[in-house]
Ligand binder design. Structure first.
Ligand SMILES: [Zn+2]
Ligand SMILES: [Zn+2]
Length: 119
């Protein structure tokens, strides 16, 4: 098999035994890596496709993503903590300066953002 030179895009797979590995999800690549060994390695962001370095935080993710695509914990209108994309949080910050009616409608759309359930 030809040597691969691309940046791998990793996804975590958990075996029934409880062991986890990362494997590359790109076509024709059979790269596999023990999860703890992924720390400090270059990998491709599963969201934006940018190259980034795996950190103590990102190796906890099923689908690792770069800092720019990170999600932040916010409390929604019903008081429940949830994770939203950072870009959404930037919208939240910017709408804080807008009218409250507009804020309410934007917030309503924010609460439908997918949860970070892969930590
Ligand atoms: Zn690969
Ligand atoms: Zn990214």
């Amino acid at each position: 098999m030809a040597k691969t030179s691309h940046i791998h895009r990793l996804k975590r797979h958990k075996y029934p035994s409880g062991n986890s590995v990362y494997f590359c999800t790109l076509p024709d690549c059979h790269y596999k890596l023990d999860v703890p060994l992924a720390l400090g390695k270059r990998t491709m962001c599963n969201i934006c496709g940018k190259e980034f370095i795996m950190s103590e935080y990102t190796i906890k993710l099923k689908l690792p993503h770069c800092n720019d695509c990170g999600k932040v914990k916010v409390v929604d209108s019903s008081g429940k903590p949830r994770y939203v994309k950072k870009v959404t949080n930037q919208i939240l910050t910017s709408v804080a300066q807008e009218t409250s009616a507009d804020l309410r409608s934007r917030l309503n759309s924010v609460t439908s953002v997918e949860l970070e359930d892969d930590i």
